[in-house]
Design a protein. Structure first.
Length: 260
């Protein structure tokens, strides 16, 4: 199953008005309680939000031994041999403006993204990076904020002598969740979540339902607590009222009886 670029953009426009927690609710509402949520130890490099469709790749731990050589020979070995042959790839050709790059490093403490490639991928239009590996050059990467990143570690090494290119366009596992090419990836301060491509429409239907009701409740509680309403209380979708819609009367009863 694949989606046209136009349909992808429509979905991403909808998702831009939702939170990761809303997507989690949508998956629950269609019975997929154990699907989607990436392990919470994979965190954003900074508080941000991104969504896109998975372009997957894999880095494999190498079994090669780095030969003894002079530093000048090492330069040639690293760039001509490792990056020219062992890590050579055409990943850039697969990145589109709707891409969320998903990098499986097989849980090795090596970089999936650094300051330079993060800017390259951003310049190509990628929307975010999700990895079970690490972020390198994190001070610069954090300062430039070229592309949102969710990773497991902050790491130091380069790829050569550590991981080999393992291919792209295959199902991978990130933080306990399978990710297939074309799956929807949504990520924010609460972590990342993956929606299988074949259930996106149903998930969004119920994510919207629960999100809209949450906004109603937030507005009522803001009023009760004397907090000025903000954008988080504003409706984003024209949908029917929630089947269990909260009202001011219901909220007053809950607060008075302390039954929640």
């Amino acid at each position: 199953m694949s989606l046209s670029s136009k349909r992808q953009k429509e979905i991403l426009d909808t998702v831009s008005k939702l939170r990761v927690t809303d997507i989690r609710d949508g998956l629950d509402w269609i019975g997929l309680h154990h699907t989607g949520t990436v392990s919470p130890d994979i965190r954003p490099l900074w508080r941000t939000k991104a969504a896109g469709f998975a372009t997957t790749c894999r880095h494999l731990p190498t079994q090669q031994t780095v030969p003894t050589m002079t530093p000048s020979d090492y330069t040639k070995w690293a760039y001509d041999y490792w990056y020219g042959e062992i890590f050579a790839n055409d990943l850039a050709k697969q990145i589109t403006e709707n891409t969320f790059l998903v990098v499986d490093t097989c849980n090795t403490q090596t970089p999936a993204v650094g300051s330079m490639d993060s800017m390259i991928w951003a310049a190509m239009g990628a929307r975010g990076v999700l990895t079970n590996g690490g972020t390198r050059d994190s001070d610069e990467t954090l300062a430039q904020k070229a592309i949102p990143i969710w990773s497991r570690w902050i790491v130091q090494p380069m790829y050569q002598g550590r991981v080999e290119w393992g291919g792209s366009g295959m199902p991978v596992e990130i933080g306990g969740q399978p990710v297939r090419p074309g799956d929807l990836v949504v990520a924010d301060g609460d972590g990342a979540i993956v929606v299988p491509i074949d259930v996106i429409d149903d998930v969004l239907t119920y994510a919207i339902q629960e999100s809209e009701n949450d906004k109603v409740v937030r507005g009522l509680l803001f009023d009760r607590l004397g907090i000025e309403r903000d954008e988080s209380c504003e409706s984003k979708f024209d949908v029917p009222p929630h089947p269990n819609a909260m009202t001011a009367e219901k909220l007053a009863s809950i607060l008075e009886t302390r039954k929640f």
